[in-house]
Design a protein around this ligand. Structure first.
Ligand code: ADP
Ligand code: MG
Length: 702
C-alpha cells in the first residue's frame, strides 16, 4: 500500500474496530498483517455466491456449500483437549454431520436458539457420512436471498485464527471495517494516469475495493486485470531499472584481441567453433568494448560447448592486461574445468590456478600471493574464490558456471574485487523459458547457444514399465561388455526422503544381484555419504574403474564421463522435466550411441505421462523447459525456487504472459523518458518503489 504520514492505511491493526490487542497479535503472527493497509493487500482466493443455497441431497464430497436448515441433535463428546461438538443438520432433503473442535461453548449457545441456520463449509466424507468440520454458521431469521451478496469474498484462514473467531466470515467483516475507516485518497495510484487511460485500467482504489467486494462480475474482472497489470508492471520496472543501472556501471574496456587469443584460436583450438559459439563470442566482445560492465547470461544445453567460449573470453581479458576467474558450484565440477582448461592451455605456457575449500594451507598462501601479484592470470575454483581473502591484482572477468546454484548476492560479491566491477558472464545449462527470462533474469543480457557441436548422436530415450526390468538389465550387460558404463538414478524428494533412501539402498542390492561383484564394480553415490566417500566413488566412475553408478540426483550437474552410454532413471514419473533433461545430459557425451531408459510403475498421473512423452519425443532443452513451465508452473522450475523474487499474488507468470510483455514495454518506455522518475505523474510510483524491499535499486536515483 502507498504510505504517507497521515495515511490511515498505516494505522496499526489493533485499532481496527473488532480487532484489539489480542487478535491484533494473532493477525501479525499468522498472516503478517500489521496495518489497515496490510489487511487490504490480502486478496480473497475465491468468491461465494451467497444466493446459491444447495440441498443436502445434492452435495458432494470436496465441495464448498451453503445450506439452510435446522439442527436436530447435538452433543459434546470427550473431555478437555479432546472435546468436540457433534451436531446433526437437516434440511427437507436429508441430513449431515457438523463437527466443531473449538469454540464449543459459543456454538452450543447458538444452537440452543433452535432457529434456522445458514451454514457454509467444505464437505468431507467420514465413515460413509457427509461431514462439515468447523462450518461457518449463522442464524437466519427471514431469509431474503435477494438481499444476500452474490460475491462474498472468501479468505484463507488458519486454524489458530478460527479458534479465536477469526474465521473467513469474521475476516470479511474486518475488511469491510477497513473500508469504512479509510479515505479514497489513502489508496494512491502507482500507475500514471496516461497508462490507466491507454490500457483502460480502473484506478487503484476501485480495483482494491472491487477485488474485496465486487459490485458485479464485470467490475471484478476489471479489478483483476488492473491488479495483475500493476503487479507485473512493478516487477518489470524494478528489473528494467536494475538493468539500466548495470548499463551505467563503469567497466573495463577490453580494447584488443591480442596475442593469446589469436595464438590459441589459430593453433590450438581443438575443433571448429559452431556458429552459435562464434555469435556469443562476438556478443561478449561487444559488451567489453562499451566501457560499461557486462552482465551476461549464457544459456546453452548440456554439451553445447560453453566451456570453450568461457576459455576464449578469459584469454580476451588476459590480452588486455586483466586476470580472469571461473567459478563452479562443486569441487568435482571445478576440478573437471581445471583439468580440461589446463590441458587446452598447455601450449600457451600459462599458469592456471586452482582454489577450492580443500586447497591445503601452504598451497593456498602461495596461490593467494600469486593472485595478488598477478603472476596467476587464470584461476578456477569453487565458492572459495569469492572469499574476502582472495585479492586479485587486476580482475577483469568473472565467469560463473551453472548459474542457478549461485545467488544474486554471491554474484554481487565478485563486483568488489577490483576498482571497477569485473565483467560477469554466468553460464547455465538449464534453459529458461522466454517468460521467465523476462522476469528472473530480466536484468541480464542473454546469449543463447542452440546449435550443438556437429556429430552428436541423439540420445535414444525409451519408456519402459517395471515389468521390463530384467530385460533392461540384460541390455545393460551387453553395453558393459562392449566397454561402456551406466548410471542408475533414483528419485530423492524431501517429503519422502526416508522412503526414497530405502528404495535407493534396496535398488542398489537388487542391481548387485544382476551384476555380481566378482565381475562388476558398482559404486553408489548419494548426499548422506561423507564428502570424501562420495567423491571417492565418483572418481572411481570418472576414471572408468566402476561399471555402474547407482545414485540420487547428486550427479545432476556437470559430471562428464564420455564413456557412460546408458542412463536408467528409476520411478521416472516422479522427476520434474527439467531434472529429467539434466540427468539425460550425463550421457551422449562420447562417440557411442547413448540411451536413456525411463522406468516407471504402471499407474502414472496425466501430468507424469505428459512428462514422459515429452522426454521420449523431445531433445531440445528449450522446448522441454517451455513444456515444463506449462505443466508445473514457475514455482517448481529449477533455479527459480531460490530466486525468491517471483512471489506474485495475483498474476500468473504463464497465463498472463501477454500482460507481462505489455508491462515490460511500458516500464522500458517510462524509464527511457524519465529514468529517475522525477516527473510529477511518477511521484507515487517512485515513492512506492522506494518503500519496497528492492529499494537499493531505486536509491541510486539522484
Ligand atoms: P557444456 O556447454 O555442457 O559446458 P562443454 O563445453 O563441456 O559443454 O562441451 C561439451 C563437449 O563438446 C566437450 O567435449 C567439448 O570439447 C565439445 N565441443 C564443444 N564445442 C565443440 C565444437 N564446436 N565442435 C566439436 N566439439 C565441441
Ligand atoms: Mg559445462
Amino acid at each position: 500500500m502507498l504510505l504517507n504520514s497521515k495515511n490511515s492505511l498505516l494505522t496499526p491493526i489493533e485499532y481496527l474496530k473488532g480487532v484489539g490487542p489480542q487478535k491484533g497479535e494473532l493477525l501479525k503472527k499468522e498472516l503478517n498483517i500489521h496495518t489497515f493497509g496490510d489487511m487490504l493487500s490480502v486478496y480473497p482466493f475465491r468468491y461465494l455466491d451467497r444466493r446459491n443455497i444447495v440441498k443436502v441431497k445434492n452435495i458432494q464430497e470436496g465441495e464448498w456449500v451453503q445450506l439452510i436448515g435446522k439442527i436436530t441433535h447435538s452433543e459434546v463428546i470427550g473431555v478437555q483437549r479432546a472435546k468436540r461438538l457433534n451436531a446433526i443438520f437437516k434440511d427437507e432433503t436429508g441430513g449431515l454431520n457438523l463437527v466443531w473442535f473449538q469454540g464449543i461453548s459459543w456454538i452450543e449457545k447458538l444452537i440452543e436458539q433452535n432457529s434456522t441456520f445458514l451454514i457454509y463449509g467444505k464437505v468431507t466424507l467420514f465413515n460413509k457420512f457427509y461431514n462439515i468440520t468447523h462450518p461457518e454458521i449463522e442464524v437466519i431469521q427471514q431469509v431474503d436471498l435477494e438481499q444476500l451478496p452474490s460475491f462474498l469474498p472468501v479468505y484463507s484462514s488458519t486454524e489458530k485464527l478460527k479458534a479465536r473467531y477469526l474465521s473467513g466470515r469474521a475476516y470479511v467483516k474486518l475488511v469491510s471495517q477497513v473500508f469504512l475507516s479509510i479515505r479514497n485518497v489513502d489508496i494512491r495510484d502507482v500507475l500514471p494516469i496516461s497508462i490507466l487511460n491507454k490500457f483502460q485500467l480502473i484506478d487503484r482504489f476501485k480495483a482494491i475495493k472491487n477485488i474485496h467486494f465486487p459490485e458485479n462480475e464485470e467490475m471484478l474482472n476489471k479489478a483483476i486485470k488492473r491488479l495483475k497489470f500493476e503487479e507485473l508492471f512493478l516487477h518489470q520496472i524494478t528489473i528494467c531499472k536494475l538493468k539500466l543501472n548495470h548499463k551505467k556501471t563503469k567497466g573495463y574496456i577490453f580494447k584488443q584481441v591480442g596475442h593469446l587469443f589469436n595464438t590459441f584460436y589459430k593453433n590450438n583450438l581443438p575443433f571448429e567453433l559452431t556458429n552459435d559459439q562464434k555469435k556469443v563470442l562476438r556478443e561478449i566482445r561487444q559488451d567489453t568494448l562499451t566501457s560499461y560492465q557486462m552482465n551476461r547470461l549464457l544459456q546453452g544445453d548440456v554439451g553445447s560447448g560453453k566451456t570453450i567460449v568461457a576459455l576464449l573470453s578469459m584469454l580476451l581479458a588476459l590480452d588486455n592486461g586483466f586476470q580472469a576467474c571461473l567459478m563452479a558450484p562443486t569441487e568435482i565440477l571445478a576440478q573437471q574445468h581445471f583439468d580440461g582448461i589446463k590441458k587446452l592451455l598447455l601450449p600457451l605456457d600459462l599458469e592456471v590456478g586452482f582454489l577450492t575449500g580443500k586447497t591445503k594451507a601452504k598451497e593456498r598462501r602461495e596461490i593467494l600471493k600469486k593472485l595478488e601479484e598477478g603472476s596467476i592470470k587464470i584461476i578456477i575454483g569453487t565458492h572459495s574464490l569469492i572469499e574476502d581473502k582472495v585479492v586479485f591484482q587486476n580482475l577483469g572477468l568473472s565467469i560463473i558456471d551453472e548459474q542457478h546454484r549461485f545467488g544474486v548476492a554471491q554474484r554481487a560479491k565478485l563486483w568488489n574485487k577490483n576498482t571497477y566491477p569485473p565483467h560477469i558472464l554466468v553460464m547455465t545449462a538449464t534453459p529458461i523459458p522466454r517468460t521467465l527470462a523476462m522476469t528472473s533474469y530480466g536484468d541480464l543480457e542473454i546469449s543463447v547457444i542452440e546449435e550443438l557441436p556437429p556429430g552428436r548422436k541423439p540420445i535414444q530415450t525409451i519408456h519402459r514399465s517395471e515389468m521390463y526390468r530384467a530385460k533392461i538389465m540384460d541390455f545393460l550387460k551387453t553395453e558393459i561388455a562392449s566397454g561402456r558404463q551406466a548410471y542408475i538414478v533414483y528419485p530423492l524428494i524431501e517429503e519422502s526422503e526416508k522412503l526414497d533412501y530405502e528404495n535407493l539402498y534396496s535398488g542398489y542390492e537388487q542391481v548387485k544381484q544382476f551384476f555380481p561383484s566378482h565381475t562388476y564394480n558398482i559404486v553408489m553415490v548419494h548426499g548422506k555419504q561423507s564428502q570424501e566417500e562420495r567423491e571417492q566413488n565418483m572418481q572411481q566412475f570418472i576414471k572408468g574403474d566402476a561399471h555402474i553408478m547407482v545414485a540420487t540426483t547428486v550427479i545432476e550437474v556437470g559430471v562428464n564421463v564420455p564413456n557412460a552410454s546408458v542412463m536408467i532413471i528409476e520411478s521416472a514419473e516422479r522427476f520434474g522435466l527439467a531434472q529429467l533433461h539434466q540427468l539425460r545430459g550425463r550421457v551422449g557425451r562420447g562417440a557411442e550411441k547413448s540411451y536413456c531408459v525411463l522406468l516407471t510403475g504402471f499407474k502414472i498421473s496425466a501430468i507424469g505421462k505428459e512428462r514422459i512423452r515429452t522426454m521420449v519425443e523431445e531433445s531440445s532443452g528449450f522446448v522441454i523447459s517451455e513444456k515444463d513451465l506449462e505443466l508445473r508452473g514457475p514455482g517448481d522450475i529449477d533455479g527459480l525456487r531460490q530466486s525468491g523474487d517471483l512471489d506474485l499474488k495475483i498474476a500468473d507468470i504463464v497465463k498472463d504472459v501477454d500482460i507481462m510483455t505489455m508491462t515490460r514495454n511500458v516500464a522500458i518506455d517510462i524509464l527511457q523518458n524519465d529514468p529517475d522518475l522525477n516527473l510529477e505523474e511518477h511521484q507515487y510510483l517512485k515513492a512506492y518503489l522506494l518503500s519496497q524491499k528492492d529499494k537499493e535499486i531505486w536509491s541510486r536515483i539522484s
